[in-house]
Design a protein around this ligand. Structure first.
Ligand SMILES: NC(=O)c1ccc[n+]([C@@H]2O[C@H](COP(=O)([O-])OP(=O)(O)OC[C@H]3O[C@@H](n4cnc5c(N)ncnc54)[C@H](O)[C@@H]3O)[C@@H](O)[C@H]2O)c1
Ligand SMILES: [Zn+2]
Length: 475
């Protein structure tokens, strides 16, 4: 059972003053979904204000609320719905939520709530005593319906993506892997040695086997996949847990997509690249000798568990690869995420990528922005015979993208200190011209009108693109 809301409504529950409407509207925009405020919908459909309906008695109001909630959640196109504070008191509404929505509770403490809505014209916020009593009374109901709890818009987006970010989450893996069926763990030897035991302990008796993939990109070969298919003993109700970097989650996720026509999987990324990028968005893949990620599937994990504490054992060079993706994400978002303390930065970047991918799960439009800097990066990697660390290639690619965008490059210069690489210029240019994103011989670039404002499918004169590429190459 998936914890995400790819094909479900997102329902926001919580007490008055939890900012369900404000955050709901923001989340809906980020997720590319319509937003419905249940109270407004009630007023719209009945032609009366909530206060007027309440004056006829709370029971009467609740009956109308229950009926209209049922109608709103029966629509097929997934929306974001802000519920009235008392909507979840109805057993019928709770049943509809269980069937049709992911329920996210927005937490608020009673002081802030009273500060925001006390003395308002709301029927249930007239005296502080009554307000506090109601708050205490409602807490257990919210606890009962909450599939996720948060206080901010990133939290809503992450919940919609089934993504749980928490320091120490690995120790709670047993609770976080949905269901109670058997689990098999896939990782590489290094990660198995460092974090495998914690994962097994957390999963307890559910962990029925562990499998090891070859290190690095070698995990993403047809041979490696075939060996994994043979080793798996899971049945359709089982869950595969991919514990490791992007190579592990890509390969194990693809195994989950194909084994028995698709089984559930949980991604547990342990590299910075994995936590801010590779394990988010449901793309799984292996390589062919002719190119990376040529065989793959969209198969969104039923949950993604991000434990920033696992990064403490990550080598510096791997952290640098992740930092480059973080700068890419920050440039796309228009916010310097890379300046934040690491766990926060991970959460913000993961939420940003999740929103883009939830808007465009099958890579048909908006998601192409994630390619910022990557056309150049891939060309340099190919010209270097894939000996160049991805982070270094991305740092250079971002530099080129910023230059061609006519923007200043300080963020990239200071954070990533990109060094030109020594590769063959012709080879790099040929690789760029062969890039997947090339249409009719002209590269389709992602540039920025400004940080936070990506422009997709930009075609520039060949000479300009070539000059930008040349600047990244020394000698
Ligand atoms: N699916 C996607 O959307 C997507 C997006 C970006 C990248 N990717 C893919 O991700 C792959 C790169 O992932 P990566 O950079 O995470 O590489 P990786 O999986 O090879 O991991 C890098 C190294 O770090 C080690 N490691 C992992 N976690 C560790 C930990 N906590 N402590 C110590 N060592 C640890 C691994 O054993 C490995 O040696 C590429 O194949 C790329 O194509 C996929
Ligand atoms: Zn990348």
């Amino acid at each position: 059972m998936a914890t995400h809301a790819l094909e479900r409504h997102v329902a926001l529950a919580g007490f008055m003053g939890a900012r369900k409407t404000t955050l709901g509207r923001d989340a809906a925009r980020l997720l590319g979904r319509p937003f419905v405020d249940l109270d407004h919908e009630i007023e719209h459909r009945t032609g009366s204000t909530v206060n007027e309906l309440f004056e006829r008695g709370e029971t009467e109001f609740r009956t109308v609320e229950e009926r209209i909630a049922g109608e709103v959640f029966s629509s097929d196109a997934p929306t974001v719905v802000a519920l009235g504070g008392g909507a979840v008191l109805s057993a019928a509404t709770r049943a509809v939520l269980r069937d049709r929505a992911l329920t996210v509770v927005l937490d608020v403490d009673v002081e802030s709530a009273w500060r925001r809505v006390g003395h308002s014209r709301r029927p249930l916020a007239r005296t502080e005593d009554e307000f506090r009593r109601l708050y205490e009374e409602r807490l257990p109901v919210y606890a009962q319906v909450a599939e996720a709890r948060t206080t901010d818009v990133d939290g809503i987006v992450l919940a919609a993506g089934g993504i749980h970010v928490e320091i120490g989450a690995l120790e709670r893996l047993g609770e976080l892997v949905p269901g109670d069926g058997p689990v098999e763990i896939v990782s590489d030897a290094r990660v198995a040695g460092i974090h495998g035991m914690d994962a097994q302990l957390a999963l307890g008796a559910r962990a029925q086997a562990s499998h090891e993939l070859a290190p690095g990109e070698a995990a993403k070969t047809a041979e490696s996949l075939e060996a994994l298919w043979h080793a798996l003993r899971l049945e359709r109700g089982g869950t595969l847990v991919a514990l490791g970097g992007g190579c592990t989650t890509d390969a194990a996720g693809f195994a989950a997509a194909t084994y028995m026509r698709g089984i559930d999987w949980v991604a547990v990324p342990t590299t910075l690249v994995g936590q801010v990028d590779a394990a988010i968005g449901g793309k799984t893949a292996i390589d062919l000798p002719g190119g990376k990620n040529l065989i793959g599937a969209f198969h969104w994990p039923v949950r993604t568990v991000i434990d920033p504490a696992t990064l403490e054992t990550l080598p510096e060079a791997e952290l640098e690869n992740g930092l480059a993706e973080m700068v890419k994400t920050g440039l796309l978002a228009g916010k310097p995420f890379w300046e934040l303390e690491r766990a926060d930065a991970v959460r913000r970047c993961a939420a940003f990528k999740a929103a883009v991918c939830l808007r465009d799960p099958h890579d048909r439009g908006d998601r192409r922005q994630l390619n910022l800097g990557h056309t150049f990066a891939h060309a340099l990697e190919a010209a270097a015979g894939f000996e160049l660390p991805h982070g270094r290639a991305v740092a250079l690619g971002l530099l080129a993208a910023l230059r061609l965008s006519g923007l200043e490059t300080t963020a990239v210069d200071e954070t990533l200190r990109p060094e030109p690489v020594h590769v063959d210029r012709e080879r790099a240019w040929e690789a760029l011209a062969r890039d997947k994103k090339v249409v009719g011989g002209v590269p389709q670039l992602v540039l920025l009108d400004a940080p936070g404002r990506p422009r997709l499918g930009v075609e520039l004169p060949e000479a300009d693109v070539r000059a930008a590429l040349n600047e990244l190459i020394e000698g």
